[in-house]
Design a protein around this ligand. Structure first.
Ligand SMILES: Nc1nc2c(c(=O)[nH]1)N[C@H]1C(S)=C(S)[C@@H](COP(=O)(O)O)O[C@H]1N2
Ligand SMILES: [Mo]
Length: 408
């Protein structure tokens, strides 16, 4: 879509957005043409034209968009910053009624299939609130060489919001899980881009569903889950590829085999079983499912292009996370990895939340610098400096994040 058309549409939707604001936006009709409202609630963005300019839109159908790195600085990612990823058509958000929305638990390995309304989930089970990192399996794909096909995500197809809901394990226990259970199956309301069949239906090994960090959530950052992030109910798994965190979730199955839903089949969300050379072709039978994300860090300050005066110290800060593990250490280098300085690092507020780090650097002379960050997890795995194992679909890129600054 041309810029002009986007701007025009933005002006046009702003009117309907006004109607959705919780408060009256006085004199909205008098604002200069094309001016986007600043106080719009991200909860009701329903298409690409509602997104603020800070998003880079990779596709509008399906909609895929990501923010600049520095906007991910807050510990809890605000809803108007979190990346947006749809595999197919978006649900008909306006016609979703949270009072009649149902979530069904079924599958070969469930003893008693049951259907719950959101009100029933709230009433029957204990409510939990926790921060969980949600990272697309293809985050940072643009960094692979040779380039891997797929959405060219920069480093921001990741966010850590605070989710409120019930635990998957409590709901599954209410229905009874048979001893032959192998895998979960996640179902949502959105359709494939063709309009036929599901857009995506993935799952996790049953053990992964039985821990404290697997949720069925109705709240994000203390509000309703925004349309773009899965209103009115979302399955959320910390530490695993974002694709298992089903938005607009209508149910969960417990299967007696590895789930065979849409995008479970190779090569979607899978990597080669054995190391391959960059660019090598891999047969579908030689892929395995990505179950967990891996150690990674993001520099949210300074931004690339920043300048500082010689003699001033430079505070470098960001987040680090490690799939289902904790991060044990973050180091920063300004000399291409020749020397590293250890950053201070917070503990996660709960498992599978990201951790914050910072360090003050004295850059020794004027000129151009690259700042690199490298996290190490509690099992000793750390980030490669060049690139991780290349794979045909470009998943799991966790090479060191780099930003560039100049000392003048
Ligand atoms: N219903 C539904 N859920 C979905 C998807 C989707 O297309 N439809 N995409 C998945 C993928 S691949 C990712 S990375 C995350 C993205 O979540 P976000 O849009 O809230 O960032 O949602 C997952 N859940
Ligand atoms: Mo994803």
């Amino acid at each position: 879509m041309s810029i002009d058309r986007r701007k025009f549409l933005k002006g046009a939707v702003a009117t309907s957005v006004t109607a959705m604001l919780p408060i009256n936006w006085a004199f909205a009709q008098n604002r200069p043409a094309g001016m986007a409202p600043l106080d719009v609630s991200a909860v009701k963005w329903s298409n690409v034209d509602d997104l603020p300019e800070h998003f880079k839109v990779l596709n509008s159908s399906p909609l895929n968009a990501f923010p600049p790195e520095h906007l991910l600085a807050p510990v809890k990612t605000p809803a108007d910053v979190a990346f947006i990823r749809w595999n197919g058509q978006m649900p008909d958000f306006e016609n979703i009624d949270p009072d009649t929305w149902e979530f069904t638990v079924d599958g070969e390995s469930i003893e008693t299939p049951k259907t719950y309304t959101i009100a029933e989930l709230k009433r029957k089970f204990k409510t939990h609130t926790q921060q969980l990192v949600l990272e697309c399996g293809g985050n940072s794909r643009e960094n692979f060489y040779p380039n891997a096909k797929g959405n060219q995500w920069s480093n921001t197809a990741v966010f850590c919001a605070e989710w409120t809901g019930v635990l998957v394990k409590d709901v599954l226990a209410d229905c009874g899980v048979k001893s032959d259970a192998v895998y979960t199956a996640h179902y949502g309301a959105d359709k494939h881009i063709s309009g036929k069949g599901a857009a995506i239906s993935r799952g996790v090994p049953i053990e992964a569903a039985m821990n404290e960090n697997a949720m069925i959530a109705w709240g994000m950052n203390g509000e309703d889950i925004p349309y773009m992030h899965g209103y009115p109910l979302r399955i959320v798994f910390g530490g695993r590829p974002g694709s298992v965190s089903q938005k607009c979730a209508t149910g969960m199955g417990v299967r007696d085999r590895v789930h065979d839903g849409k995008k479970m089949e190779a090569p979607a969300y899978q990597v080669p079983k054995h190391p391959v050379a960059p660019g090598e072709k891999v047969a579908n039978k030689d892929f395995k499912i990505i179950e967990e994300m891996i150690v990674k860090s993001l520099i949210t300050a300074p931004q690339t292009g920043g300048e500082l005066a010689l003699g001033k110290s430079l505070e470098v800060s960001g987040h680090a996370w490690a799939g289902t593990r904790d991060v044990a250490k973050v180091e920063v280098s300004y000399d291409y990895g020749t020397t590293w300085q250890t950053a201070s690092l917070t503990k996660p507020v709960n498992p599978m939340a990201w951790q914050q780090w910072k360090v003050n650097l004295k850059l020794p002379q004027t000129g151009y610098y690259e700042i690199w960050a490298r996290a190490t997890d509690t099992k000793g795995d750390s980030q490669p400096m060049v690139q991780p194992q290349w794979n045909p679909k470009g998943y799991l890129f966790n090479g060191c994040h780099r930003v560039a600054v100049r000392v003048v």
